[in-house]
Design a protein around this ligand. Structure first.
Ligand code: C2E
Ligand code: MG
Ligand code: MG
Length: 718
């Protein structure tokens, strides 16, 4: 083609034995823009095909030597000239020679005598249509090459969805088994929903003349495959359907999404995902005028676990916390059924030991209280990390939309600062962000005046902590401990509000509420077949000084229908040394009735066992301040051992409080202390959670437990 490419004019080869005719033909074609070369016979013509490749041949039929028909046949057999248009010049205008001309491969013919004015037009027309045919051929070849190179599966289908032709995609799973394809309707060979989708898109494509796209999933032998289907109309009644298997693309997209939106350690959503989700929920809540709660959770003493057990254990703990929150919180009864599938409770890890929860569609702040309590209870249950059993508590900060912040950034900031308040209040509690009129976090609230309403507003709760036999962990009873669940400030420790309650005298009414509530709970458990031998209730001095205290307790026992010996009253050691201790009366009557009395916090003050002997008590509870120093602190160890021995010689049962480590439990067991109570066995838990332990009947003591995370001194409200 090199020579042809450089020519501007089309070249015509004129072959005729008649020189005059050759000259006339040359003259005519030159006028029509051809460059002309001549041959006087067939042999010369065939030789010129190579030397001066023509774009058109004007070929006389009747020549000496090889005739025109033969020359034409030879041209058609040559690979490099077989598509050159040939016009035969025939002297015989009979049908036979015309037929022969076409059979030997001529493109057209022209009869002698030549009608000179039309020869040029004829030549030009034949050349143009030969060129058009050539272009078409090239286009087809190119297209078929493209189609062959495509990995897609391609169908040609009619309006009814009947497959007229198809090409399998290489390297992709067959969309439909090929054997059933040709002549079948797509809706018959595909699952109903996919078939419907494609036929619908096909009709839309034919109706609009536009490209249509659809995405579908099909179950194949090796699992689910995703396909992208593109449909382009081809003519008015058919369409080309291109199907691409995008399964691996989908898998990669999902992988990228997981990396961007999920925490790689725990597999739950990360900070980015959380913030986007929070923004979406806020937008929706704004429109629907609903509340959203944001709970910011931080594990207490996580660093200690990392430091003592190593980072792998720390990582494992974070995974276990995430798993627990994800599994148990969502399924919680407290969470309302979400309005939309994706709009339920949302748990994420923000980083480090910080987790966050969004509660959308909040009907009442009561739900926040329950969820916060539930989270703390879930987190506080022991985690098994290898051979270690680890216990952690959590501090939670809460912020509500729209009251505590209008956007995700301010909500997060306020929940975070509320979490720090919870830490400052002795950890293991939750606090809600409090706003002052200028929008800043409020200083301490007026606890004394607020507490006045706690009882009427139903903000008081009881949690229960089991007591177990030192021998084998059998649960012998539970102690009821009071909590104040403030709607804004979260959980408040009895250490904070009891002095106020004592001072105002409210403790009397509250104390009665506690006894009644605890007895009722005990009765409910017994009725439900939960074995619980006894519930212990703390009573304060002011209660005991009430004249009708014994009568009140007796009435509650009768009213709730429990046995008197199923109730134990804990009286703090401090009362024993109080100058007004003598004002207490009626305790003997209660004791005779069968109610058990115990001396609480023994060893914390200045009381001696001789004081204890003057009281109708049968149980001594060793204060946690003494237990804390065991077994290494020699003075504490000596005092504790002596108290236990003396108490037993006086016929008193001994319970040790605040047992947090296996070493403490071992020491107390060896020192003959009968019962133990403390975080090592269980934190104080809401009734529904402690019920699970009660149904088990005992809390097994593993041979070796981790001490990390269990040792948190100071104010504890859990
Ligand atoms: P308490 O009667 O000596 O109760 C034991 C306290 O020790 C509880 O604190 C309990 O949560 C905490 N505790 C239990 N195991 C451990 C442990 O292993 N480590 C540590 N560090 N602490 C542990 P809580 O519930 O904060 O109660 C504090 C005190 O408030 C009680 O001490 C009791 O004197 C008083 N109190 C609680 N509820 C009532 C009530 O209903 N009426 C009255 N009058 N006083 C109550
Ligand atoms: Mg107590
Ligand atoms: Mg105590």
């Amino acid at each position: 083609m090199g020579a042809t490419e450089q020519r501007h004019l089309s070249r015509a080869l004129v072959v005729d034995d008649d020189q005059v005719l050759r000259l006339l033909e040359q003259e005519t074609l030159s006028q029509f823009g051809f460059e002309v070369c001549q041959a006087a016979d067939g042999e010369t013509a065939l030789a010129l095909l190579v030397e001066l490749p023509p774009d058109l041949v004007l070929l006389d039929v009747d020549m000496p030597g090889i005739d025109g028909f033969e020359v034409c046949r030879c041209i058609r057999q040559r690979w490099d000239a077989n598509d050159v248009p040939v016009i035969m010049v025939t002297g015989m205008d009979d049908l036979n020679s015309i037929n022969q001309a076409y059979e030997s491969g001529a493109s057209d013919f022209i009869a002698k005598p030549i009608h000179w004015p039309i020869l040029g037009y004829r030549a030009r027309y034949v050349l143009r249509s030969a060129q058009a045919a050539q272009q078409l051929r090239e286009l087809e070849e190119r297209q078929s090459a493209i189609v062959r190179a495509m990995p897609d599966i391609i169908f040609l289908a009619n309006r009814a969805g009947v497959v007229l032709d198809y090409k399998e995609g290489y390297g992709t799973t067959a969309f439909v088994p090929p054997v059933r394809l040709l002549g079948s309707r797509l809706s018959e060979v595909l699952p109903a929903d996919v078939g419907r989708l494609i036929v619908h898109a096909l009709r839309r494509s034919l109706a609009t003349g536009d490209l249509q796209e659809a995405v579908c999933r099909l179950m194949q032998n090796d699992g689910v495959h995703h396909y992208e289907v593109r449909i382009a109309p081809s003519g008015t009644d058919k369409a080309v359907i291109v199907v691409r298997d995008i399964t691996s693309q989908r898998i990669n997209e999902e992988r990228i999404r997981r990396l961007a939106y999920f925490d790689t350690l725990t597999g739950i959503p990360n900070r980015q995902s959380f913030l986007e989700r929070l923004d979406r929920e806020l937008l929706r809540a704004r429109g629907e005028k609903r509340q959203v709660a944001l709970l910011f959770v931080d594990l207490d003493g996580f660093k200690q676990i990392n430091d003592t057990l190593g980072h792998a254990a720390g990582d494992y703990l974070l995974q276990a916390v995430a798993e627990r929150l994800k599994e148990k919180l969502r399924g919680s009864d407290f969470v309302a059924r979400p309005l939309r599938e994706e709009s339920g409770l949302h748990v994420a890890r923000l980083g480090g030991d910080e987790f966050a929860v969004v509660l959308p569609d909040l009907d009442s702040t009561q739900v926040v209280t329950r969820i916060a309590e539930r989270m703390q209870s879930l987190i506080s249950q022991p985690f098994q990390i290898g051979q270690h059993e680890v216990t952690v508590s959590s501090s939670i900060g809460v912020a509500l939309f729209p009251d505590d912040g209008d956007d995700s950034a301010s909500l997060l900031k306020h929940a975070d600062s509320a979490m720090y308040q919870a830490k400052a209040r002795g950890r293991n509690n939750w606090q809600r962000h409090v706003r002052t009129p200028d929008g800043e976090t409020a200083p301490e609230f007026d606890l004394a005046s607020e507490f006045g309403h706690a009882l009427q507003r139903d903000e008081l709760r009881l949690v229960y902590q089991p007591q177990v036999l030192a021998d084998d962990g059998t649960i012998t009873g539970v102690e009821a401990l009071l909590r104040w669940q403030h709607p804004q400030h979260g959980l408040i420790s009895p250490n904070d509000f009891l002095p106020v309650a004592e001072q105002s005298g409210l403790i009397v009414a509250i104390g009665e509420w506690v006894i009644r509530h605890a007895c009722r709970q005990l009765k409910t458990w017994l009725r439900d077949g939960v074995m619980v031998p006894r519930v212990a209730v703390n009573v304060s001095a002011r209660q005991l000084w009430m004249r009708d205290f014994a009568a009140c307790v007796t009435a509650i026992i009768a009213e709730t229908g429990i046995e008197p010996n199923q109730l134990e009253l804990e009286i703090s050691e401090r009362l024993l040394t109080n100058p007004d201790a003598g004002r207490v009366d009626g305790l003997e009557r209660l004791q005779q009735l069968g109610v058990r009395l115990s001396v609480d916090d023994f060893g914390s003050g200045y009381s001696s066992l001789s004081h204890v002997k003057r009281w109708p008590t049968g149980v001594l509870k060793i204060d946690q301040s003494l237990v804390h120093g065991l077994p290494h602190h020699r003075r504490d160890a000596g005092i504790a051992t002596a108290i236990i021995a003396l108490a037993r010689s006086l016929g008193l049962e001994v319970v040790a409080e605040g047992v947090e480590t296996v070493a403490q439990a071992d020491f107390l067991h060896r020192a003959n202390c009968g019962k133990l109570q403390g975080y090592l066995f269980s934190r104080p838990l809401p009734a529904e959670d402690v019920e699970r332990l009660l149904r088990q009947g005992r809390i097994a003591l593993p041979a070796r437990r981790s001490e990390a995370g269990c040792r948190q001194r100071g104010k504890t409200v859990g």
